[in-house]
Design a protein around this ligand. Structure first.
Ligand SMILES: Nc1ncnc2c1ncn2[C@@H]1O[C@H](COP(=O)(O)OP(=O)(O)OP(=O)(O)O)[C@@H](O)[C@H]1O
Ligand SMILES: [Mg+2]
Length: 237
């Protein structure tokens, strides 16, 4: 489903060129759950933004479900993104004045399914909130929710359009250890139900929820191993 070859990303800051990705090859199949790891500045978010169709590479090819997305216009990219990608961020990115339910419904209002009735939107949003075990907090606003509950609202919002890929960039970065594991259990449950999941993390015990670990260094893929191989390498190294 994801086929990336020779992916490069160069950022220009004034006169300076920053080579954030220097030729990344990566294939990810349907229903994989993959951790992306690497030191700060190694290119993880840059790679996630390109996979998530938020940004375009400077060079290389990227096929998503057979579609060549690397050279699409920003408008075409936005359509693919709305249809195929769900995002979860470290900082939740919820609207402060909206309830949990309204936050989750939002993508349906702007999606191609804009013809849905309000009742149908609510039904779909409640269904998503049920999948993250949050039906008892639907009328709460973000500041009336714990960090873990906020992140569950964000996950419900991300899965609402049944994305091909659920992408999470350090989803547990702002959460304590117990809550982090609760959030990873949710991702694991979604993966068990068929969802493809990509998670950026700095923590080995968060990566342990995945089947595969891709490690980046200086814009390269340093290693791409099963979780068992990656763990064995860590012990040996
Ligand atoms: N919009 C941008 N403009 C210029 N340089 C950028 C931009 N975004 C990222 N970079 C640079 O590209 C490199 C990779 O950044 P990236 O954000 O992908 O790293 P990361 O692995 O996600 O790091 P972290 O773990 O700190 O989130 C870094 O050197 C960074 O400074
Ligand atoms: Mg990052």
């Amino acid at each position: 489903m994801i086929r990336i070859e020779g992916l490069r990303k160069v950022y220009r800051v004034g006169e300076e060129k920053i080579h954030a990705l220097r030729g990344v090859n990566l294939h990810i199949g349907d229903n994989e759950m993959v951790a992306v790891m690497g030191a700060s500045g190694s290119g993880k978010s840059t790679l996630m933004n390109i996979i998530g169709c938020l940004d375009r590479p400077s060079d290389g090819t990227y096929f998503l479900d057979g579609q060549a997305v690397a050279k699409m216009s920003p408008n075409e990219l936005a359509l693919v993104r709305n249809e195929k990608i769900g995002f979860v961020f470290q900082s939740f990115e919820l609207l402060a004045r909206q309830t949990a339910l309204e936050n989750v419904e939002l993508p349906l209002i702007y999606s191609r399914e804009a013809g849905l009735t309000a009742a149908e939107r609510t039904r779909r949003a409640l269904e998503a909130l049920e999948r993250v075990h949050l039906t008892d907090r639907v009328t709460h606003r973000p500041n009336q929710l714990s960090g873990g509950q906020r992140q569950r609202v964000a996950i419900a919002r991300a899965i609402l359009n049944k994305p091909s890929i659920l992408m999470a960039d350090e989803p547990t970065g702002n959460l304590d250890s117990v809550t982090s594991h609760e959030i990873m259990e949710i991702f694991k449950g979604l993966h068990r139900d068929g969802q493809t999941v990509l998670v950026v993390t700095h923590e080995n015990d968060i990566a342990a929820y995945c089947q595969r670990v891709v490690r980046l260094r200086d814009g390269h893929v340093l290693s791409d191993l099963s979780i068992a191989e990656d763990m064995a390498g860590r012990k040996a190294g």
